[in-house]
Ligand binder design. Structure first.
Ligand code: THU
Length: 156
């Protein structure tokens, strides 16, 4: 796969993606989102089969809110240094809503994902809920952020 693919339903996705989506949904239960009431869950699969999850954590000082994706990514590298990320799934839903919302990762998370990919020298897939039960699968973090800012820019 190059770039991204859109799937009409979860049934069309591979088994690993379905499993990660399930885990991301569970992770969303641990979101602390009293301000936005937007609950996000992220699940990462590492190259040895380890699963790491994260959920968004908000704060009364709004700019301190942390996205689910970055909670999961920072947790993975802190607890499982040296292991590569293979795949990531992200889901979101409004408080007390069963139906999923679109879970397009924000630009800040895409920037962080891109540097994780660069650090591990290997792309990882990203599966995000789209709209109307559709799913987007991206081949890499790089494909989510063209013209990315990297450490190379600092050295030019
Ligand atoms: N949020 C995420 O967790 N991930 C994203 O990529 C987009 C936004 C969270 C942050 C905040 O707690 C809430 O969703 C509303 O923006």
């Amino acid at each position: 796969m190059k770039g991204f693919e859109i799937y009409k339903s979860i049934d069309e996705l591979d088994t690993e993606s379905k499993y990660l989506i399930h885990k991301a949904k569970e992770a969303a239960h641990h979101a602390y989102a009293p301000y936005s009431k937007f609950h996000v869950g992220a699940a990462l699969l590492l190259d040895d089969g380890t699963l790491v999850t994260g959920s968004n954590q908000e704060n009364a000082s709004y700019p301190l809110c942390m996205c689910a994706e970055r909670v999961a990514l920072y947790s993975a590298v802190s607890q499982h240094a040296g292991k590569r990320i293979i795949k990531m799934a992200i889901v979101a839903h409004k408080k007390n809503h069963k139906e999923l919302s679109a879970a397009a990762s924000c630009g800040a998370c895409r920037q962080v994902m891109a540097e994780f990919e660069e650090r591990q020298q290997k792309p990882f897939e990203i599966v995000m809920h789209h709209t109307d039960k559709q799913w987007i699968k991206c081949a890499s973090a790089a494909s989510l952020l063209p013209f990315v800012f990297t450490k190379d820019s600092l050295n030019e």
